[in-house]
Design a binder for this molecule. Structure first.
Ligand SMILES: C[S@@+](CC[C@H](N)C(=O)[O-])C[C@H]1O[C@@H](n2cnc3c(N)ncnc32)[C@H](O)[C@@H]1O
Length: 400
């Protein structure tokens, strides 16, 4: 019996393709396949990524179906142990220590400066969880770890796992939050070091979805200007500007964020095509008829319904006629109207951390509609439960 990372049914072929394309060095194959087959996209929208208890034998399956398995134990004790061993493996450099060659526990301990016996237990736990595999003497990385947890991989999310130690502490305040309704308000209480971890973590998470979003976002013909609200590292803007050579982007974020996001954007070498602007989107003037695209990725869940409603009005004003307001978010309910595990758990997480929560695509579309925009049908990203809700500013034609 184990805790699954995902329910793989008709996603399996995609994931296998994805890993093959990663091995070839890019996401191109996955994304082109994903985008060019609408039936596949529909079926994916119906499939929801989730974690849960998966039986590993016929007897375990029967026990699970008969309700004899203490699921809450697996989803707590085993889940938090799994989370800690993977995070600690990343924090201590265990995956990087195995990147070039297989090694014994003693060799890994020497490379990481850790205790040999305890490192052996960690490696055994990681083997049980599918991150490394051993032959009784030494260990090597699995494709899973090599893809996501090795610094030299373009898809490395180690920086996000490092930020998760802060998120772990925030989650420990869950009972207080439910008792009092008082959230942690992360953006107001982070140390400078935590801001650095946050921004690098967001950049690590953006690698694959930014490229996919850049293909799905409806960029108006001849679009020249993009405002990326809460854009941090700017990688979504970078991906869009690389795809649309005539486009330039301004990435707006809080000063505390930009101090750490600046080197991340500089590394993309986009020069003055993608620039940072310090500010607070809830209070700053966004301009009038100034942009062809206003983009907001993973920001709406930090704001209340009233704040999002007002922001949509200002985004609409900032758009030129024909421009689009694009919101990318983890949808609380999927487009079929079902509550997903991912959407529901992130709703709680963002309530605890930011006093807001996740939104349905219908709620986002309503803010857009009330701002005078014409919402399009939502699109789902293959990556991690996110969706795109975009809306266009009407072009008013003068009568002849
Ligand atoms: C979850 S991160 C998303 C970053 C990026 N858009 C991405 O998807 O990777 C949210 C970002 O919104 C920024 N943010 C939060 N409140 C803001 C505000 N009032 N004005 C501008 N940016 C804000 C945060 O600093 C942070 O960089």
């Amino acid at each position: 019996m184990g805790v699954s990372r995902t329910r793989l049914t008709n996603r399996r072929a995609l994931v296998v393709n994805h890993l093959r394309s990663l091995q070839k060095g890019g996401l191109h194959d996955l994304n082109e396949t994903h985008l060019s087959d609408p039936s596949r996209r529909r079926s994916e929208a119906e499939e929801i990524m989730r974690i849960g208890v998966i039986p590993e034998s016929a007897e375990e399956r029967q026990a699970l179906e008969a309700g004899m398995v203490p699921t809450p134990l697996f989803e707590t004790q085993l889940a938090f142990t799994l989370a800690q061993v993977v995070m600690v493996g990343a924090q201590l450099g265990v995956f990087d220590a195995l990147a070039d060659e297989r090694a014994t526990a003693a060799q890994v301990a020497e490379r990481c400066g850790t205790h040999p016996e305890a490192t052996g237990k960690l490696l055994l736990a990681l083997a049980g969880a599918g991150y490394v595999q051993g032959d009784g003497e030494s260990y090597e990385l699995t494709t899973l770890a090599r893809t996501w947890l090795v610094r030299e991989s373009p898809h490395c999310i180690t920086d996000k796992l490092l930020f998760q130690f802060h998120e772990w502490d925030l989650m420990a305040g869950s009972a207080d939050y439910v008792r009092t309704g008082r959230p942690a308000e992360v953006h107001e209480h982070m140390s400078d070091q935590q801001w650095g971890l946050y921004q690098r973590g967001m950049r690590a998470m953006a690698a694959a979805p930014a490229q996919e979003a850049a293909q799905l976002i409806p960029v108006p013909a001849d679009a020249r200007t993009l405002l990326d609200i809460g854009g941090s590292h700017g990688y979504y803007s970078v991906a869009l500007c690389r795809r649309h050579p005539g486009l330039r982007a301004v990435v707006l974020d809080l000063p505390e964020a930009l101090q750490h996001a600046a080197p991340l954007l500089a590394a993309e070498k986009m020069g003055d095509r993608v620039t940072h602007r310090e500010g607070d989107v809830l209070n700053d003037d966004l301009g009038t008829d100034a942009y062809d695209i206003v983009l907001m990725v993973s920001v709406a869940h930090h704001f209340s319904a009233d704040e999002n409603h007002a922001l949509a009005q200002r985004a609409a004003r900032a758009l030129r006629p024909g421009g689009v307001f694009v919101v990318v978010e983890p949808f609380r309910v999927d487009p079929a109207g079902d509550i997903s595990q991912f959407g529901a758990l992130t709703e709680f997480y963002f309530g605890l951390t930011s006093s807001a929560g996740t939104w349905s695509h219908g709620e986002i579309a309503e803010w857009q509609r009330q701002a005078g925009l014409a919402p399009a049908a939502p699109t789902t990203l293959a990556n991690a439960g996110f969706g795109i809700q975009s809306a266009a500013k009407p072009v008013h034609r003068t009568r002849s």
